[in-house]
Design a protein. Structure first.
Lengths: 733, 186, 278
């Protein structure tokens, strides 16, 4: 991390206060001039690069970045080498931050709805007029609901306390929420915070559907560990991925194992049974644990020959997995993705967790390690509101008891909630909806008033990474460029309203900057705070080792509770299985307005810019379709179109469909492109956790007769598919 | 076409092509025209007229009579790419007391009072595909006047050298500096 | 493939179309000086595309609109190639980052009629944009298909142009562009080191792709510096190292470390000539 000392990290907005800047890449007429600053900003010279540490998003993505700025323009986003979560590394989406900052379709001024909700007819307003309108509605409101994405830190504290002060609540919407994994951790480990995965020191990882190298929870943190896992220490780690659709993590696994959707728990128990029966782990490790969750008899009901049929995994394969996993310890098992998005997802997760207890990797290096509890002065990361909870609220609103005002920020439930929940209609029952964001989305399209917010690179904030890197970490966010629009930050808007309308209940800070500073002073006590504040901003936050709680020694669960998964249909009328997935670039669809992300090839199919459906050659043959044919995918709750991508990794009968397209709002690169698979999902929930069972929908496919060339970067016919030629592999370790 | 290039023996077609590429998509027919331009730039070189400046700043007074070192105002020159023009504030360090009755200083004062930048007309400029960094030249002991001429005697600064590729190369060659294309072209 | 090896050997002092002898790598003098290169560990690479977007951001690469992708004219100086092996349920996807190999004996350099592409004394295969006249001979000659022709002028709708990196030329229609190993970053470090009166530190130069790579699969280095970590890595992992399409004799500056697959069914001597990507 030799670059750090060399780079000039600059603190605060001193450099941004200068009058004018010289534009390096501007129109030719400007190049014939040299502007002199009125006041020379400290350290800022024309053409000189300055690096600011901040974060890439409002949410607690966990990554801290350093942004290279030249002449007051943000140029490049790089990982913050000092920050313990991403350690100088970055994923695709964080890199694209500059592009959303300078997006030509960003909201620049407040807008007020003129036509019907969702009709995209707005008129521009001045900020005072917009705020007056909002103040008027808020002063009449008896209750409000504040809907945000997964925010944390001071921003979350303001959102929560603001909602309370106005007789309402703060709802956190996450497109594919992490609710089920959080509940698994609570029940399975007795931990309040998500555990740290010690990937770097693991010798084996058994992942049930968790796509941790691509989008699951904290992929950059996990990627850093993965490099070490493979080639960083003596024994090369082994990765076994069990899932119904090959994810990016699955593609990198040493053993990729297909399992029927929803049967991950049964397979996990079968692996546990082999470990017990073959004595692959010391009985001291597992005897008590197994007794506490139902005993050997219960476990023996999951012997490989009994679940092979049900899971679709051959008996020998189950035994091999058990042997490979148990004999390469330390290691751990995790569950995510479709495994947790089945109606029995929580049981699947807890069955996987049982394996950790059996091999003794809970709380051990190379296994699952506890993250420290937060200090009392730190606002914990907001936990996502579960799908069941949000859908329930929607029903209440539909039935005639909506709040008077909804404030929506960086969340798009109208896009992400299945149509069957009628969430757009429910939002429509709320008399006044305010949307705050940098660019239009489906939910903002249904708002009465749209306020432009500042971009993450233009505002103050702080955040608590979740999951934490086994340390107590608070990340800081500072403006790296002056705002390019009239936008105001979400926190500032709420604080302004609060002081205007409920001054007696309002917090002491007038702006987000004051609030972030005050909170930092509270969290990082002692010494000269001015000096410390400068240090904190330079480093992008503060962190230290802290006391970590211990995990519970066995899951709070019973083997007999493992349920069979339920699906949207019995499989007769809708014989195929839809597995939606988050791509490495498009994710849940929040940042698809960004052309870099649209053009980033999906690693598996190499497809860009569109919605496709991954299909096994035999499935395609049965439907008489081939690559590029447009098919209509029908579920009991909706239908959408996608182009066929024939994938040798797709299981027969399983349709892999990427999430993220199918928007009608959000600028030139996002609108009217592809389809939204989430809209057609069945509104099934995960028992005991309330998450959306997004992998439990069945479908049928009808060819439309249309053909559209798939925008992929792979070469077809793949003449060089002789992989040994380009990618030389060896087996020795 | 042929007789045009024949008139210009020093400029070969290859050299013409060198300049054509990036900013001017080159058509075969345009090569001769470009060659003429090139020739004029390379041979004529010196006589770029001084552009009109928003404030009649006189270098002969500052650098000449007062003998203020160049880098006192052009502060970036020793450490980075751009030599940089001074801020209005820096001018005002002296001119809040020096010659405040001069109409030109009052122009400056107006910028200071209204907090508006001065848009100086650019005198020296290299093309977009060239990376020029002042710092290594200063460190190599190249005097400012080597490229910028005797600024201390100029009332209005004008460009005295062509600063075209051949000009740079000649100097690099004499001083055994890098002749790698990638040193200057980005 | 002995015939192609012979061919490569005979090309070692090839004669260009302009009648000048192109010096070989050894003649240029790499063994003593800097030779920039990269070690790519395929066992660490996950195919996550972080390098791809980092490169787009650093190097002012035009937006790859859908139409460009369909025309197969998308520009990605570094791309992740994905290969399929086997069929369900034993199908495997394999990833490899492919970028300009900065060959010591580059086929692209010998065919350029205007010396727009040449080999500099730091081992870089340099593309001088303002020399390029767009014959595309080099792109045809490149076995790795990493040279991209600009069929259109790039467009960045206002205010997106604010993001453009002033250290990198925006390429116009009609010229070839390709990976430069982020030469602007190398230059920046060199100028800084010179200003501070010191040598460049090992690992101080990082191209955008290597900088972002979460798993550290891409490591940039001076191949001639025995102290550099990647050089040591390549040494230590000698059993895993290979170069891409090495039978062409291009002497690539990128060393790949083999993917380890405990379950791979290997065929001996599988180096058969095959068609190239794109």
């Amino acid at each position: 991390m030799s670059g750090l000392g060399r780079r000039r990290f600059l603190v605060g907005s001193a450099a941004l206060a200068g009058g004018a800047t010289v534009v390096a890449c501007a129109a030719p007429e400007r190049e014939s001039q040299v502007q002199s600053f009125v006041l020379q900003p400290e350290l800022s010279l024309p053409g000189q690069e300055l690096w600011f540490a901040t974060t890439c998003a409002h949410s607690s993505c966990g990554n801290s970045v350093v942004v290279r700025t030249i002449d007051g323009r943000a140029k490049k986003v790089e990982g913050n080498p000092a920050f313990p979560v991403n350690q100088g590394k970055l994923n695709v989406r964080s890199q694209a931050g500059v592009q959303s900052l300078y997006h030509p379709d960003r909201l620049t001024v407040p807008r007020r709805r003129r036509g019907l909700r969702g009709a995209n007819e707005f008129e521009d307003l001045e900020w005072p007029a917009g705020l007056d309108l909002l103040t008027e509605k808020m002063s009449e409101a008896r209750s409000v609901v504040v809907i945000t994405g997964p925010i944390s830190g001071t921003r979350a504290r303001i959102a929560r306390d603001f909602a309370t002060a106005f007789g309402g609540e703060h709802v956190v919407y996450e497109t594919l929420e992490s609710t089920v994994w959080r509940k698994t951790v609570q029940d399975g480990l007795g931990a309040r915070r998500l555990p740290y995965l010690d990937i770097a020191n693991a010798h084996s990882i058994l992942s049930f559907g968790a796509d941790f190298l691509s989008t699951w929870l904290s992929p950059t943190q996990y990627g850093v560990g993965y490099g070490e896992f493979r080639q960083g220490h003596g024994e090369r780690g082994r990765l076994i991925q069990v899932e119904p659709r090959m994810s990016l993590t699955g593609a990198n696994a040493d053993s990729w194992v297909y399992v029927h959707p929803g049967q991950e728990g049964a397979l996990a128990l079968s692996i546990a049974q082999v470990i017990a029966a073959e004595g692959l782990a010391p009985p001291d490790n597992w005897f008590n644990v197994v007794s506490q969750v139902g005993g050997l008899d219960a476990l023996n009901a999951y012997a490989p020959d009994r679940v092979s049929q049900r899971t679709g995994v051959p008996v020998e394969r189950i035994q091999e997995i058990a042997r490979e996993f148990a004999s390469h310890q330390p290691g751990f098992a995790i569950a995510g993705g479709p495994a947790l998005a089945s109606t029995n997802g929580l049981d699947n997760g807890l069955a996987a967790m049982l394996l950790n207890h059996m091999v003794g990797s809970v709380g051990q290096p190379g296994g699952l390690l506890p993250n420290p509890d937060l200090r009392s002065s730190v606002t914990p990361p907001t936990e996502p509101t579960s799908f069941a909870d949000l859908a329930g609220r929607g029903n209440t609103w539909l039935e005639g008891d909506p709040p008077d005002v909804a404030i929506v920020f960086e969340a798009d439930p109208v896009y992400g909630m299945p149509d069957a929940t009628r969430f757009a209609d429910a939002l429509g029952k709320i008399p006044f909806v305010v949307g705050i964001g940098t660019i239009m989305n489906e939910t903002l399209g249904h708002a009465d008033l749209v306020l432009p917010s500042t971009h993450a690179f233009e505002e103050w904030g702080d955040y608590v990474p979740d999951p934490a890197p086994r340390q107590h970490v608070v990340g800081l966010q500072q403006p790296v460029v002056r705002p390019t629009t009239s936008g105001r930050s979400f926190g500032d808007i709420l604080l302004t309203l609060w002081h205007d309308l409920r001054p007696n209940l309002a917090p002491p800070w007038d702006t987000m900057r004051d609030a972030v500073r005050a909170n930092a002073a509270e969290v990082f006590r002692g010494g000269d705070f001015e000096e410390r504040w400068v240090e904190l901003l330079k480093n992008g936050g503060g962190w230290n080792d802290d006391w970590a709680p211990e995990f519970r020694s066995s899951p709070n669960w019973h083997i007999n509770l493992l349920a069979e998964p339920a699906f949207s249909d019995n499989g007769v009328e809708f014989p195929l299985h839809v597995i939606p997935f988050e791509g490495v670039a498009l994710g849940g669809g929040d940042e698809t307005a960004n052309p870099w992300l649209q053009a980033t090839p999906d690693p598996i199919s190499t497809a860009t810019w569109t919605t496709w459906v991954e299909m096994n050659p035999s499935t395609a043959a049965a439907l008489n379709v081939s690559r590029g044919d447009v098919v209509r995918i029908e579920t009991a709750h909706g239908e959408f179109e996608a182009g066929v991508y024939i994938s040798p990794a797709a299981a027969p009968g399983v349709l892999g469909v990427p999430i993220g397209q199918g928007h009608t709002f959000g600028g030139r690169w996002r609108e009217d492109r592809g389809s939204n698979v989430l809209a057609s999902l069945a509104p099934l929930t995960v028992a005991g956790a309330g998450g959306l069972a997004w992998a439990a929908t069945r479908a049928r496919v009808r060819p439309t007769g249309d053909y559209r060339q798939l925008p992929t970067i792979e070469v077809l016919p793949n003449a060089r598919n002789d992989v040994e030629e380009v990618i030389v592999q060896i087996t020795n370790e | 076409m042929q007789h045009l290039t024949a008139l210009l023996p020093r400029v070969t077609l290859k050299q013409a092509l060198i300049v054509g590429g990036a900013t001017t998509p080159l058509l075969a027919g345009g090569a001769g025209v470009l060659a003429i331009l090139l020739y004029l730039m390379a041979a004529g070189g010196t006589a770029t007229p001084a552009p009109e400046q928003p404030i009649a700043f006189d270098h002969s007074v500052h650098a000449g009579d007062a003998a203020i070192p160049c880098e006192f105002c052009h502060r970036g020159v020793g450490s980075q790419a751009a030599a940089t023009v001074p801020s209005v504030e820096q001018c005002m360090f002296c001119h809040s007391v020096v010659k405040t009755d001069s109409p030109q200083i009052q122009l400056l004062q107006a910028h200071w009072d209204t907090n508006t930048p001065v848009n100086w007309a650019r005198v020296h400029r290299v093309p977009d595909h060239v990376r020029f960094v002042h710092a290594p030249h200063i460190q190599a002991g190249v005097a400012c006047e080597t490229c910028h001429g005797d600024v201390a005697s100029m009332e209005e600064v004008k460009q005295v050298r062509s600063l075209a590729m051949g000009d740079c190369q000649g100097c690099h060659r004499e001083n055994s500096a890098s002749l790698d294309c990638a040193t200057c072209h980005k | 493939m002995s015939s192609s090896a012979n061919e490569a050997a005979s090309r070692a002092s090839a004669v260009s179309s302009m009648g000048q002898t192109i010096p070989t790598d050894a003649e240029v003098g790499h063994p003593e000086g800097v030779r920039w290169g990269m070690v790519v560990d395929l066992d660490r690479c996950t195919g996550c595309q972080a390098c791809v977007v980092a490169c787009q951001a650093e190097n002012n690469i035009a937006l790859n609109e859908e139409q460009r992708v369909l025309e197969r004219r998308a520009k990605t100086w570094i791309r992740i190639e994905r290969y399929w092996e086997g069929e369900f349920p034993n199908a495997k996807a394999r990833f490899i980052p492919v970028l300009c190999q900065h060959c010591g004996n580059a086929p692209c350099e010998t065919v350029c009629p205007v010396w727009a592409t040449y080999h500099n004394n730091e081992g870089l295969n340099v593309q001088v944009y303002n020399r390029c006249i767009g014959t595309r001979f080099c792109a045809n000659g490149c076995p790795y298909s990493v040279r991209y022709f600009n069929f259109w002028n790039p467009e960045w709708p206002e205010p997106m142009n604010n993001q453009l990196n002033p250290d990198v030329t925006v390429r116009t229609k009609g010229i070839i562009e390709k990976c430069t190993f982020c030469i602007q970053r190398i230059n920046r470090v060199q100028v800084t080191a010179k200003t501070e009166g010191r040598e460049i530190r090992s690992g101080e130069v990082q191209p955008a792709c290597a900088q972002s790579c979460p798993t550290s699969a891409l490591v940039f280095c001076d191949l001639n510096d025995p102290e550099s970590a990647p050089a040591q890595l390549a040494e230590a992992e000698a059993g895993r190292s290979y170069t891409l399409l090495e039978h062409f004799g291009t002497d690539p500056g990128i060393i790949y470390l083999k993917k380890v697959d405990p379950h791979a069914e290997l065929e001996e001597d599988s180096h058969a000539p095959v068609e190239t990507h794109a």
